[in-house]
Design a protein. Structure first.
Length: 133
């Protein structure tokens, strides 16, 4: 195990362990929780996805909203980075683009808490084979 050389390293380690424990505890019934995936590929990180990820994880916990925030790779919407996918219990996932901290706050308050759609939704623009029949 590496030596901890600063208080910031210790805090970072604490946060990482807390997130792992929280994710493990919530993984028994993920369908009953709000699930948020943050696109953390290179373009997402360069556009501010790390800040959005940290904000969502902290704010959802502060506001006592049962949610799981995870990282994912490229969602295929590089033009709209940072992107997040939000799945409310019993609903289809919705992808939001151009998400900064302000937009993340709006998504928490309007969409997650009240089910009210907000600007920034990236529409599904594909058909499945079943849709063509």
């Amino acid at each position: 195990m590496a030596k901890i050389k600063s208080l910031s390293e210790l805090k970072k380690m604490k946060d990482e362990l807390r997130n792992k424990v929280s994710l493990r505890e919530k993984s028994d019934h993920p369908e009953s929780l709000v699930q948020i995936k943050v696109g953390m590929a290179t373009s997402g990180i360069a556009s501010g996805a790390k800040e959005v990820y940290n904000y969502l994880a902290d704010e959802l916990e502060k506001r006592n909203i049962d949610a799981v925030v995870t990282q994912t790779g490229d969602m295929g919407y590089s033009y709209a980075e940072p992107t997040i996918e939000v799945t409310l219990p019993g609903n289809e996932p919705i992808v939001f683009g151009w998400v900064d901290v302000r937009k993340a706050d709006e998504i928490i308050e309007k969409y997650i808490r009240n089910g009210e759609l907000v600007d920034g939704i990236i529409p599904q623009n594909y058909e499945t084979i079943d849709d063509r029949k």
